[in-house]
Design a protein around this ligand. Structure first.
Ligand code: PLP
Length: 452
């Protein structure tokens, strides 16, 4: 493994007897102890990357808050580390809200999202006394206000505006362009804010342009857009939430924007932009997900087979699209290494595939590896975001376990999903079709005499 490919792995990654260590623990030992596939998260990297957002926001002139977007990684043990580092939580469902609560977040630390929130989602937000609910559509304001009024409470809200800024990222994760399913166009926001029902208190605006955006300047330019929008419509947002979206490098040589520099630049541009339009500087909220957790994660697999087929050598591992959907969804290119000999000179080019029944189940194309053999452990860096959260049990392979590594110690964060877990939800109706599954629980009927 060259010095440059080490950069993709979490802080403190090293070598012991030529083998990869993460968080001071040998990767092959983790695979032996916890099984594979295995998500590994490095606590020190989580902490450092969280602080890279928290510190500049703490110093923001109008106040600031970094809230972690749980969609990137909802594992409570990971969330607990991020909360310790000073982050709040951005949740997009009642389920994510429950995970945040399990990790110890208070309602006052929660921002609640969702482009189509159900009654259950809204009730969960109210139950938790969430600090902010981000409204995505006018009907939601009516629904939330009715539910808040029934409880005799007021709910602080932001309104999500879609500024029609199209960022350079994969189309599937671009959200700020006109016609997006997220948020409301500027005119609709301007019309909604003055008519918000009494049980809702307008606190400010929310914008999120998209994810895996490596052009930090474009991402930061939303501050100026929001200041102009506020001035044009005589709005005084006390809070400005500019969402998440900062990208990371998945391979050596990819652009790798620095979260701390980005957060500091956004703080400065909010101050400048609101001064220019003569409005008070709002409190700034950022909702990073990927840029906090992606580089803290490594996924370990065991090689099952190596097969040559018409010029391609397929290295098949015991995971795949079930634990990493990102290649199939976004064509992401990863840089795997062999955990036991990451610095050995490659003897050829290999395609790394999974064990699922899809030709698209590929983890990496055309990578150099040193004579990979069945039984070897493969380590894939930058897998801490949108891996565990997007995992599926396709082919009824249970989802992987996850561990946190910290200063030479490893502890289980998520236990492996078993076939029993998967089948536990299934309902087998022993009665013939059409006889009514609902009656299956009823005691057998006593026959009654037929009246003439
Ligand atoms: C509203 C909102 N906030 C924050 C995020 C987190 O984005 P990222 O993981 O790119 O930082 C997302 C992701 O799509 C989002 O939709």
């Amino acid at each position: 493994m060259s010095a440059s490919s080490l950069e993709l792995f979490p802080d403190g990654t090293g070598l012991e007897d030529g083998a990869l260590t993460v968080g001071g623990v040998r990767a092959d030992a983790l695979a032996d102890r916890f099984g594979t596939p295995l998500y590994v998260y490095d606590a020190a990297t989580l902490h450092r990357r969280a602080r890279a957002y928290v510190e500049p926001l703490d110093d923001a002139p109008g106040g600031g808050r970094a809230v972690f977007a749980l969609k990137a990684n909802p594992v409570p043990a990971v969330l607990r580390e991020l909360r310790r580092a000073g982050m709040g939580a951005d949740v997009a469902s009642a389920g994510e809200l429950a995970a945040a609560r399990l990790a110890g977040f208070e309602g006052s630390e929660l921002v609640v999202h969702g482009n189509a929130k159900s009654g259950e989602d809204l009730e969960a937000a109210l139950d938790a006394r969430a600090a902010l609910v981000v409204l995505d559509v006018a009907e939601e304001a009516t629904d939330l206000a009715r539910r808040a009024a029934e409880r005799g409470v007021r709910q602080d809200v932001l309104v999500r505006v879609t500024p029609d800024i199209a960022v350079d990222t994969h189309a599937k994760i671009r959200t700020g362009q006109a016609g997006s399913k997220f948020g409301l166009g500027p005119a609709d926001v301007a019309a909604l804010v003055p008519t918000l029902p009494g049980a809702l208190t307008f606190r400010g605006l929310h914008v999120h342009l998209g994810s895996q955006v490596v052009d930090a300047d474009t991402l930061g330019s939303t501050a100026a857009w929001c200041a102009r929008f506020a001035a044009d419509h005589d709005l005084s947002p006390e809070v400005l939430d500019l969402g998440g979206g900062l990208g990371v490098a998945y391979r050596c040589g990819d652009p790798s924007p620095d979260p701390r520099a980005y957060a500091a630049a956004v703080v400065a541009s909010v101050v400048r932009a609101f001064a220019e339009v003569g409005r008070p500087v709002p409190e700034l909220v950022l909702e990073p997900g990927r840029s906090v957790v992606a580089p803290a994660g490594v996924t370990l697999y065991r090689i099952l087979t190596v097969k040559r087929s018409a010029g391609t050598t397929w290295v098949a591992v015991d995971g795949g699209m079930g634990d990493n959907l990102r290649v199939a969804l976004y064509d992401t290119a990863y840089a795997p290494v062999l955990a036991g000999r990451p610095t050995a000179t490659p003897d050829g080019r290999y395609d790394l595939c999974g064990h699922h029944c899809e030709s698209g189940d590929v983890l990496a194309h055309d990578v150099g590896l040193a004579a990979p053999r069945p039984g070897d452990v493969v380590a894939v860096p930058v897998t801490g975001a949108y891996h565990q959260s997007l995992a599926t049990p396709y082919n009824l392979f249970g989802r992987p376990a996850a561990v946190l590594v910290d200063g030479g110690e490893a502890r289980l964060a998520t236990r492996r999903e078993t076939v029993e877990d998967l089948l536990r939800r299934e309902v087998l109706d022993p009665r013939p079709a059409g006889s009514g599954a609902a009656c299956a629980q009823s005691p057998p009927r006593t026959p009654t005499a037929t009246r003439p």
